[in-house]
Structures are given as structure tokens and as C-alpha cells.
Design a protein around this ligand. Structure first.
Ligand code: M6R
Length: 607
């Protein structure tokens, strides 16, 4: 999510780090910073905002050195401030760290370090890494980094430099991308190939648990304290492709990130043994939440569909009467709320004008407001009373994909949270958590079928009308599948609840109008089969999204995409993935401008 770069060699580091960070700016960062080492002295530079005219401020002036690290931040823990920008350092300002990832146990580590006398300057999880390295430093930087990382639970791609051991960069990786660039008389480390591609195409991919030590005259990579033999690979992408992680479009890159988005949304928040979830962002209102007896969920577009699924989850598992509305409708209705209402606003950007207007309306009525937001420091996150961040990382494509998965994951966590405050048993809490923990792997299984899904999408490329049907938890997924298809392909698509077909839409079914039927093996499966038969009787084609092992479906559907079995309330998290891929490949077969569809904007900040 954040961008990391490091340089050690025979050239001035600042222009190299600056241009590397600038090349990662396409992801939309909120703050940035650098640290350089020169003659054993460190110079630190941090700013809020985009990299802009910075060259004049530091190039060739106070900020010199042939060793340096840089970072562009996309806030997850702590607001967008200069103090929270990286690099972070220890008490004596001798050790400097840039980090991408999440330290799950940072609160307990921070409390312990403060007791031991460490002084913190930021709200970030990253700063604990610098203080841990300080605590463990004896002879060399790599030894202290190795010890510090043993205390950390979570994910990291990091680069560290120190005035105490000034001739090296130490880098480490755990579930967060990190590559080493091997140049001529120079070595680089980066989270993103686009940052270093103009200096070298020779790279080494670090694996989890590996620590790299880069010096001016060579490098070594350690795994469990022994030297690891690694292959040097050659990147053959151009810069534009490198920004997209080698994918043709951001939309596809972001779909491929969906499993890790689910993981990141859950990270550090599950208390498996107690069947509970820990949501730090709701702690300040936890007593108020015990007293609420109705919920209104509000969002727009894709976020509204996530909210609708949240409604089904909350009613079934938390036993709380729940309503969902669209921001633009809610703001002009006469909402009936009371002191026991909680309003949950779902938004990727946190800047959607209609959602914010609904939020302000609810606040004016004295209702408790909560946010499920991706962007830290956004208007929604500042204006709600409390909330939970989805941690989905920057979403660049206009069509929202991975953010939707983050929203669904958080809504399922909120369901457990509120359910366990009420009459949800520990057994049910544990069951949902254990199924949730399997979801990222199951999502990866679905993504492995991308080539088959591509073939199906291409098979229907001449169709100009599509129906998407689903019931219960998968009704909003039908709406999402149709929205995604129309927004990126410009082809007409409509989503509806399967039971509504016979009330009108059946009149449109014929052999030219295929239906995507989301029919996992769940409590409404038989009902979905009846709907599919109604369509088949009118010569309509069926593409079924069904549960692995359901061979019967192949007898009635024209094409089948299988998803793994999970708990009914979690099926939408899986069933939407093939629909995102279908929309992507269908639009690609029509050569559409997938990342920037016509007439649309990423963030709708006007009414
Ligand atoms: O930033 P938000 O989640 O509040 O945005 C809401 C909608 O504008 C957004 O989901 C939109 O529908 C997307 N283009 C859907 O892919």
C-alpha cells in the first residue's frame, strides 16, 4: 500500500530516491519522506501532500549522501500528518525505518516500550519497529533488525538505515512485496518495480522471512540467519506495465489483490478462541453500541451493495433490525430514527457527496454515526463518531473491486462484534471466524480460474443485454455484477432478485439475452433453480456461479463457474470474484478504456 525505496551506491541518493518515489505516485499518496546518510550523519525530510518542487528544497543542499531510504505513505494507522510520515526513528534518532504493511500487535509493543523508557513521536505502528531495533542493537544493524522482527506480528516490507552502522541498508519482507535491484556499483530496494526500473532491470524478489543486507560493494540475503541463494531475474515490462504490477490494467491488478485485501481487513482483529473480534475504532463507542436496537446502513453504488449484504448479516446474526439506503435517496427522505439508532456509512473514498450528506443529516438528528471507510483522514472518517478502516490500499481503477471485498469483510466483523454484544453464542462467533480465516485461500482458488472465466466472457462478447440474478445474500451480488459489467463494458446489464423475474423481467428473456445466475448451494438454492428453469423455458442462456461439487447444475446451465463452499453469510465474498473477472474480461474483449470508463469519476464529490 505504501511505497518504499532505498539506494546505496556511488551516486547521490536524493535524485534517485526522489524520481523513484515520484514514479510510485500514480497510486495516490498522502505524505512522503526520506532519510540520507552522509559521513555517519543522518538528514531526515518529511512532508504532507504530493511530491512537488521538492527538488529545490533538498537536492544538493542539506540532504546529501550516497545512502538513503524513501517512502510514500497511504495512511492506515494514524492520520495524515508530518509526524506520521516515514521514515520513523528511535529515541536517539540513529535508526531510520520505512515500512509497508501492518504491525498487528503494535499497541502492546508500544505500551511495553514506553514502560521501558522509549519516547514516541507518531501514532503509527511503524515507529515501534525503530524502537525495537534500538532496544536490540548490539553489534550490527541486521542482528538488531532480525531480533526486532521476532517480536512483531503482522506484515512488513521494510528498509532500515542507521548512523551506528552507516555503510548498509537492511531490508526485510513478510507478506508485503519487496524487491532488490542489482545495478552497476549500486543496489536498490523497492516495494514496486516502477520505482527502480529506470536504474536497473535486474531484480531479486525477496521471500517471506528473508533479510537483505545491501552494501556499496555487494549484497547478501539471509534466511534463518543462513545465507540464501537467490536468482536474479530480468524485468521485461515497460514503466506503464510496472506501475500495474505487470497487469494490463489496474482493475485486473486490483481484482488479483482481493485475497490479500480480505486478509488485511481481518489482520489483528480476530480473537479466534473467544469467538470475538477486536475493532479498535469502535472502542470509544462500545457501550453506546450495546444499547442500539436498530441500524441504518448507507452507501452509494458498489458501497451500497456491500451495505445491503451487511443488512442481511446483521439481521441474521446480530439480531438487530437493519435498513439499507442509497445516500442520494436517504438525504431527501424523512428517516424515522431514535436515540437507539446507529447509522453505518460505507464508502471507499470517504468523500462521496451523497453519503456525506446523509451522514450530516443523521448527525443533525443526534444518531450515532459509524464509518466503514478505506481512506484514512477522509471527510467520512473525520465526521463519523467512530469507525473501522478497511485497509484495502489505494484503488486506482474507477470501477470498485477490491474495496468491495474489504467492505464485506469489515461488515462481517461488525456483525460478529455486535452479535457477541448480544445473544450470539461463542460457538457461532468461533464458527464464523474460522470460516472467515479460510476465505483468502478460497478466494485465491477462484482467481486461479481466471483463464476459464476469460474464455466464458469472450464467448458472450457479442451479447448486448445481460441479466444477473441472485437471492438473499447473493441478491446484492447480482446488482454488483451488473453494475460492474455495465460500467466497464458499456453494455446493458441488470441485476435483480431471482424471485422478481416472474413479475415482469421474464418478458425480455430470449436466446440473445444471457443470465448470470449466482446459485451457491445455500438455503435459497432450490428457489434459484426454479428461477433458472423459468429462464431456460424461454430459451435464455445461463452462466451459473455454483458451489464446487454441484455437478447437477451442468445439466441446466450453459456455462458454470465454481466457487468453494463456505458459510452462507460469507458466500458473497467469494461469489463476487468471478463477476469482477467476467466484467473485466468482457470489457477487455471489447477493447474498452477499462480503468477510466467514459462519463465516470472515481470519487463522486458532487450531488
Ligand atoms: O467512494 P465510494 O465507495 O463512496 O463510492 C461509491 C460509488 O461512487 C462507487 O462505488 C461507484 O459505484 C463505483 N464506480 C462502482 O464500481
Amino acid at each position: 500500500m505504501c511505497g518504499i525505496i532505498g539506494y546505496i551506491g556511488t551516486k547521490e541518493a536524493s535524485p534517485i530516491l526522489l524520481s523513484g518515489l515520484k514514479r510510485m505516485e500514480y497510486r495516490g499518496y498522502d505524505s512522503y519522506g526520506f532519510c540520507f546518510l552522509n559521513d555517519g550523519k543522518a538528514s531526515l525530510f518529511k512532508r504532507v501532500g504530493k511530491i512537488d518542487n521538492t527538488e529545490k528544497e533538498f537536492l544538493g543542499k542539506d540532504f546529501v549522501g550516497q545512502i538513503g531510504i524513501g517512502h510514500s505513505r497511504w495512511a492506515t494507522t494514524g492520520l495524515v500528518t508530518q509526524e506520521n510520515a516515514h521514515p520513523h526513528c528511535d529515541c536517539k534518532k540513529e535508526i531510520f525505518v520505512v515500512h509497508n504493511g501492518i504491525v498487528e500487535n503494535y499497541k502492546e509493543l508500544k505500551a511495553k516500550l514506553i514502560k521501558e523508557g522509549h519516547i514516541f513521536e507518531s501514532e503509527t505502528d511503524t515507529e515501534v519497529i525503530a524502537h525495537l531495533i534500538e532496544k536490540y542493537y548490539v553489534n550490527n544493524l541486521e542482528g538488531a533488525v532480525g531480533k526486532a522482527l521476532r517480536d512483531i506480528r503482522g506484515t512488513y516490507g521494510l528498509a532500515v538505515i542507521s548512523t551506528k552502522d552507516p555503510e548498509k541498508i537492511v531490508a526485510a519482507r513478510m507478506s508485503s512485496p519487496l524487491i532488490i535491484g542489482v545495478g552497476v556499483d549500486e543496489f536498490l530496494v523497492a516495494s514496486d518495480p516502477s520505482a527502480i526500473i529506470t536504474r536497473t532491470r535486474q531484480i531479486i524478489n525477496l521471500d517471506d522471512g528473508e533479510i537483505a543486507i545491501l552494501k556499496k560493494d555487494g549484497f547478501c540475503i539471509l534466511k534463518e540467519e543462513k545465507e540464501a541463494q537467490k536468482n536474479i531475474e530480468t524485468i521485461d515490462w515497460d514503466i506503464e506495465q510496472a506501475e500495474k504490477g505487470g497487469y494490463e490494467h489496474f482493475m485486473l491488478k486490483e481484482i488479483m489483490e482481493e485475497p490479500s485485501v480480505i486478509e488485511d481487513a481481518m489482520r489483528g482483529r480476530l480473537l479466534e478462541d473467544e469467538g470475538l473480534v477486536k475493532l479498535g475504532g469502535l472502542e470509544s463507542v462500545q457501550d453506546q453500541l450495546r444499547k442500539i436496537d436498530n441500524i441504518t446502513l448507507i452507501g452509494c453504488g458498489t458501497a451500497h451493495y456491500a451495505a445491503k449484504i451487511g443488512e442481511y448479516m446483521l439481521e441474521e446474526y446480530a439480531n438487530i433490525p437493519t435498513l439499507t439506503d442509497i445516500g442520494s435517496e436517504f438525504r431527501y427522505r424523512k428517516p424515522i430514527v431514535n436515540k437507539s439508532t446507529a447509522a453505518i456509512f460505507v464508502s471507499q473514498s470517504g468523500e462521496t457527496a451523497d453519503t456525506l450528506a446523509a451522514l450530516r443529516e443523521m448527525k443533525a438528528k443526534g444518531v450515532l454515526t459509524l464509518g466503514v471507510t478505506n481512506v484514512v483522514g477522509s471527510s467520512q472518517s473525520r465526521e463519523t463518531d467512530a469507525g473501522v478502516y478497511t485497509r484495502s490500499g489505494p484503488e486506482i481503477a474507477v470501477a470498485s473491486t477490491k474495496a468491495f471485498l474489504g467492505q464485506l469483510t469489515i461488515l462481517s466483523l461488525i456483525t460478529i462484534y455486535l452479535g457477541r454484544q448480544r445473544d450470539m453464542s461463542i460457538v457461532t462467533g468461533k464458527r464464523i471466524i474460522s470460516e472467515l480465516m479460510k476465505i483468502p485461500e478460497l478466494a485465491r482458488e477462484i482467481l486461479k480460474q481466471k483463464n476459464e472465466i476469460k474464455k466464458i466472457a469472450e464467448k458472450y462478447k457479442n451479447c448486448r443485454d445481460f441479466w444477473f440474478i441472485g437471492r438473499k445474500y447473493n441478491y446484492p451480488i447480482a446488482l454488483e455484477g451488473a453494475l460492474k459489467l455495465k460500467e466497464v463494458s458499456y453494455v446493458h446489464a441488470e441485476g435483480l432478485a431471482g424471485g422478481e423475474l416472474k413479475h415482469g423481467p421474464l418478458a425480455l428473456i430470449d436466446e440473445n439475452c444471457p443470465t448470470i445466475a449466482i446459485c451457491p448451494t445455500d438455503s435459497v438454492y432450490e428457489k434459484m433453480i426454479s428461477n433458472i428453469e423459468e429462464i431456460k423455458a424461454r430459451k435464455g442462456k445461463i452462466i451459473a456461479i455454483a458451489t464446487v461439487g454441484n455437478e447437477e447444475i451442468e445439466k441446466i446451465a450453459d456455462d458454470v463457474i465454481y466457487i468453494p463452499k463456505t458459510l452462507e453469510m460469507l458466500t458473497p465474498i467469494l461469489s463476487v470474484i468471478p463477476l469482477h473477472l467476467f466484467a473485466y474480461y468482457f470489457a477487455d474483449s471489447l477493447d474498452r478504456d477499462i480503468d477510466k470508463p467514459k462519463n465516470l469519476a472515481k470519487s463522486v464529490t458532487v450531488e
